[in-house]
Design a protein around this ligand. Sequence first.
Ligand code: SF4
Ligand code: SF4
Ligand code: SF4
Length: 309
Amino acid sequence: MISDALREVSRKLLEEGVVRGVLGYRKGSLPFRARPHLFQSPEELGELVFNPFCGVNLARYLFHLPKGFGKVAVLAKGCDGRSLVVLMKEGQVRREDLVILGIRCPGMVDRRKLGEWRDLREDEVSFGEGEISIRGETYPFSSFLEASCRRCRHRSPSVYDVLVGDEVSSPPFEDTLASLWNLPEEKRWEFFAQELSRCIRCYACRNACPLCYCKECFAESHRPSFLHPSPTLRDNFVFHVGRAMHLAGRCTECGACERACPLGIPIATIFFAVSETVRKHFAFEAGIDLEAPAPFVTYREDDPNAFIR
Ligand code: SF4
Ligand code: SF4
Ligand code: SF4
């Protein structure tokens, strides 16, 4: 089991003092959830889990570590690993401060799809090879996957120190954008206008994104002020399109933004679309190659412009 293998390697790292903590998952306080946790002693590791509800991108949580915390091990699915690579390239985290515990990821379950079963308990759901069993009935695991996992091309991280999990026999890439692209332009506009009119601009999507780490976001800036605080459709477009521009060539298609949205807005669709455009026109995928220059932004410690350092 992946959880056992992760506990074993984490225990060794903590006991030998290689790392000060292991950033992983423990069971959430609500059903069908797992929450990030920094394990700091071998005794705690009995609570470390990895299951199809561990969607949270842990790269985001490196920013919550106290300054100078020291070396940390971090669990990384394919998309988390891609995010770590982008953060390393942008000088936000240092490779030497990390032990990357790579996971061959089978994909994450969209727990909203379980809402169909009233009062479902965790002990009524189990997982088998390519299957999910709910109250004794089995269904294909693939039909419960999150959109980001149906689109996933990289289930293992490209950079890691240890890789755990069996070779993944999960479904192949599914183009979840196809039905949208096949619509006439005005229908696509209608789709986004309808979805974004529901947005309350709570910024949960931005806050869950491992690559939205600006200390002050343009969306909340007061001097100058770009957006009215109340969520109008026009300003919602400005926020999401602005974020999409900032994420172009950087988004690692992890789906954390969509998972975080309290209104179930398929917001990652925008970012997937931008990533597809970058893939097509620049033959570039974010977070795959530590050395490849990003198409729109590169960071250098010795950049002549002080504002960027
Ligand atoms: S996007 Fe890929 S790597 Fe990330 S959780 Fe889904 S299947 Fe796993
Ligand atoms: S999480 Fe959802 S509601 Fe909140 S700002 Fe993002 S899209 Fe809007
Ligand atoms: S924009 Fe969404 S899909 Fe892209 S890196 Fe951020 S959270 Fe992940």
